[in-house]
Design a protein around this ligand. Sequence first.
Ligand SMILES: Nc1nc2c(ncn2[C@@H]2O[C@H](COP(=O)(O)OP(=O)(O)O)[C@@H](O)[C@H]2O)c(=O)[nH]1
Ligand SMILES: [Mg+2]
Length: 610
Amino acid sequence: MTGHVVGTAGHVVGTAGHIDHGKSTLIRALTGIDPDRLAEEKRRGMTIDLGFAHLALPSGRVAAIVDVPGHARFVHNMLAGVHGLDAVLLVVAADEGVMPQTREHLEIVDLLQVRSGLAVLTKADLVDPDWLELVTAEVKEALKDSSLAGADVVPVSAATGVGLEQLVARLDALLEGTPVRPDRGRARLPVDRVFTIAGFGTVVTGTLVDGALAAGDELELLPAGRRVRVRGLQRHGEQVERADPGSRVAVNVAGVERDELRRGDVLAVPGTLTVTRRADARVRVPSGRALRHGEHVLLHAGTAEVPARVIELEGEGWVQLYLDRPLAAAPGDRFVLRLPSPPRTLAGGELVDLSPRKHARHDAAAVASLERRAAGEVLQEELAKYPRGITAEALLRASLAPEAGIERLDARRAGRWLFSPAAWESLRRRAQTILAGYHRAQPLRPGMPREELQSRLGLQPAVFAAALPELGGEGVVVERDGVVALPGHAVDLGSSSGAAARLLELLAAEPFAPPSLPEAMRDAAAGPEIVRALERGGDLVRLSPDVAFTRDAYERAVAVVREVIAAEGDVTVAGLRDRLGASRRPVLALLEHLDSARVTRRVGDARVLR
Ligand SMILES: Nc1nc2c(ncn2[C@@H]2O[C@H](COP(=O)(O)OP(=O)(O)O)[C@@H](O)[C@H]2O)c(=O)[nH]1
Ligand SMILES: [Mg+2]
């Protein structure tokens, strides 16, 4: 490629139309560049694969040109060229008029929703004005129901040059009103050509979208998933340091061999695309055609062509696509579905969810969720897929949604974790159900061990640790001493109350000289569970493994201890024993208990208040 080029961000303009209608000749006449670059194309005088050129317009704007083959057999090559087009030149030979690939290409342009374009009547030198008028009307009629409805029809002749200047002026004006590709900061280059240049190595070309690229950038080659580096960049045949979205670029890539790359691969900023074998999509099927459930199709998205199977979902226009090979894509990407044989276009659409669950065919809720997702509620719908919580970071990564959306999200936050309102409600209900069942089964226990509740809820430890205090704050649960309970739960001795009462009775008979605890338990037929329950309920105070007081005895004894110390300065085991009329063993246990409870402190043989 030659020629001095000025200007930066630009548009990409593609040709479309029937074979031999003069597309390539027109591009050559406009740009001086022959888009038919292959030897075979030159020999056969026919475009087989995509051709590229660029056109400097009077305004100073430079449009990149993608010339496509018109032959029915090469529609798949044409499809690799139409992604990323800002405008289309639909070329119709004035002498032939609208032909099959005129309609087929127009339909593809329409399915991909390219909205800027001109119809160019070529070979105007071959027809008379009356005929030209008829063909103009025919072309307008063909455009009527497409995304190019109302486009200007411009007659030209590449042979005489008539009309070329007007065409260039119209195109310039059209692009003036066509927004340039937005820079979303996540550059990606769907690869349409791969070759090697001696001394440089591997070079790929493509239409850059969604972000800018600069020499030195680290990129991911997808779907393979390996890292590569941009060694150099060319735009319109000139070395550049940086290329803006909407540029046709040639990228010299380091870190990958030529045979590891092919058309359909994507170079992208790492982490910004999803590689998937299943996608939910909205489809539009042109009238007169039908998309059958289970149909095997070819999915064309970006420059990729992937065999896929169509699963119809409930409601009009929603499908789940099962791909034979992984595809690197982003939500919102447009695609075309074709039937392999005989080859024909079937439908077009937009990828909506790139990591969907499998749906039952009549899952109306799944479709309702897709509708909301397509309407822009991407994050909200993605969040709904994670009943066990997800971090904001992971949610953004999974949905490829802009960060700003997180603030508008209707979500319950627990630390770093987000839950959809429904997921949180379900977590609350499950915690309540699990604990209620546990309390019923274990009335003598104060609650369920934390770890058990965590595993019963199926939450990761980190998520549980963040969620539990929130559940506590909402009054759903209470947590104490490593166990979790419902707020209303009290240890209920229930059927064990006979044994518990007997035990308290035995201890109360000689409150300061009770029988040893194991003995009393045996006599009352009360197990350790009952002792713990009474202890937790405050009805019994265990002073040592074998000494327990009733609460009443304990409180009275402590009062006496304070009294004696207040009156005499300290208290001894013997002194307290005499005051309480008790035996030595329980008194010793009581004072040691009070020492360790930091009520009293031992000084020699005596205790003083701490
Ligand atoms: N007379 C005349 N012939 C043309 C014109 N444009 C293209 N052709 C001829 O039409 C044939 C097909 O042109 P080509 O550009 O290869 O068509 P494509 O298949 O649409 O790319 C070639 O023989 C061209 O010389 C034109 O404006 N006037
Ligand atoms: Mg051609």
